[in-house]
Design a protein around this ligand. Structure first.
Ligand code: ZN
Length: 170
């Protein structure tokens, strides 16, 4: 147990500035939270240990897992999450890796992790609900799954939530 604790610390210095993650199947909500914060986070459908480890190693990602057995492997790339509560999990990861919570919000597709691109308002006409088109001017699109994003109530709600997280994290 004590060994496990020291592993993420020893690795942190070498992560560089751009942290990337891969989450196991138990951490779907956490994966979305990390994407909301703008962090490149994979959430593979297949998540056999070997595949998760392969992704972590070959792409320089931190493997976030709820599987305590994974933490016994000799690897600095593995961070075991004990809590089953997504917001607690996020809090833990933000603290451990000193993540930025306000700089790159909503720059990544929540569904597929692809960076979003800004689009002009005229492009979304007929592609978003009419009331959304009427009341919003800034839109972004996922180039991969073609999903549109706009700063609406759902984003405002998320921002409130993030503010709350930030209060907890102090
Ligand atoms: Zn997408």
């Amino acid at each position: 147990m004590t060994k496990k604790k020291s592993k993420p610390h020893s690795a942190k210095a070498s992560w560089g500035k751009e942290l990337k993650f891969v989450c196991d199947r138990m951490l779907g909500t956490l994966a979305r939270f990390l994407r909301i914060l703008g962090y490149d986070t994979l959430y593979p459908e297949e998540s056999r240990d070997a595949e998760l480890l392969f992704l972590a190693y070959t792409q320089g990602r931190v493997l976030l897992t709820r599987d305590t057995k994974m933490g016994t492997r000799i690897s600095p790339n593995i961070f075991v999450i004990k809590s089953a509560v997504p917001e607690e999990q996020l809090k833990k990861v933000v603290k451990e890796f000193k993540l930025k919570t306000g700089e790159n919000l909503f720059t990544r597709c929540l569904e597929c992790n692809t960076p979003l691109v800004e689009v002009e308002k005229k492009e979304v006409k007929g592609r978003v609900p009419p009331y959304v088109f009427k009341h919003h001017d800034e839109f972004a699109k996922c180039p991969k799954c073609k999903k549109y994003y706009w700063s609406g109530t759902h984003i405002e709600r998320m921002e409130e939530r993030i503010k709350k997280w930030e209060e907890w994290m102090r």
